[in-house]
Design a protein around this ligand. Sequence first.
Ligand code: FEO
Length: 383
Amino acid sequence: MTITNDIKYIGVNDHNIDLFEGQYIVPNGMAYNSYAIIDEKIAIMDTVDGNFTDEWLSNLKEALGTRKPDYLIVQHMEPDHSANIMNFVVEYPEAKIVASAKAFVMMKNFFGTDFSDKQIVVGEGDTLSLGKHNLTFVTAPMVHWPEVIVTYDSTDKVLFSADGFGKFGALDVEEDWACEARRYYIGIVGKYGMPVQTLLKKATNLDIDTICPLHGPILNDNLEYYINLYNIWSSYQPEEEGVMIAYTSVYGNTKKAVEELAKKLEANGCPKVVVNDLARCDMAEAVEDAFRYSKLVLATTTYNGDIFPFMREFINHLTERNYSNRTVGFIENGSWAPTATKVMMGMLEKSKNLTYMTTNVKLMSALSEDSLKQIEELSKELC
Ligand code: FEO
């Protein structure tokens, strides 16, 4: 794949992966992107996952023909991109490695060497000329590891954005960008909104025609759309008006209350109602939905003096990703001493700028006249 006259795609698609980063299901696989900038000097932008050494080296050789790379630019040391650094060095011992100082420390930890005879250490604003192409390095710490740099090619106006603007899904599968980019962003980078905001501010000073991320498609039209979504996500603002109801239910009674609430919200004309059963859905999708919509209802049972484990896990996912700036309502169930709402509110104390509904729904085992009235009230408050 040719990106510009001088920039070629040499990445790979992974359809064998079971869980990306050990936890995320990726029904449409994953792409590990890598690029070759072919000029008087040749730079390779990152390597790929360790299961694709031969395919990547073969792509690289095909793109370069008889020539050999002069530089391997390592923007990010997570192994989905860095696993083949040693294989590259064995294949091309003359090439230099360009990376941040922190990345070289990580190389020593991963490979037992920091390649001291090949090092070119770069930091904020440093440049590298390949001939016609001038590269500028921009530090992007915690997007989403501390050693990350992104690289701007001012000649072709290309930003190599490391994990930024990446998504789940292999490149040979057509799918909506935002859905899997959002699940990827919230799940993997979501905690690091401030560093992403810092990077976005730096990017506003660059004239960008094309974004080349390390995952997902190359972006070369309507870049404002993608940058705007990144701005919303990283500033923890809701992307859409709507209510996301996350629930757990042991015997179906809490579920009935949730269904009743969803029905009433729809009857009230709520623009969007999304329901997730936390024991059965993809947790990462539920977390994504919580960040996507403006309002959240948490419905769960009191369990072992606490709350049902899937709900505890869900709220932990939210708070560790700085969930904030939303409206939240509660439904609790408990056959003898319901305390779930108190526990959930306590967990959310870590979150900033949450608005709580005045009506909390309390079930003593099953729906009753009282709890149905509370659901009616809650639905009016929410929508
Ligand atoms: Fe795609 Fe943070 O590695």
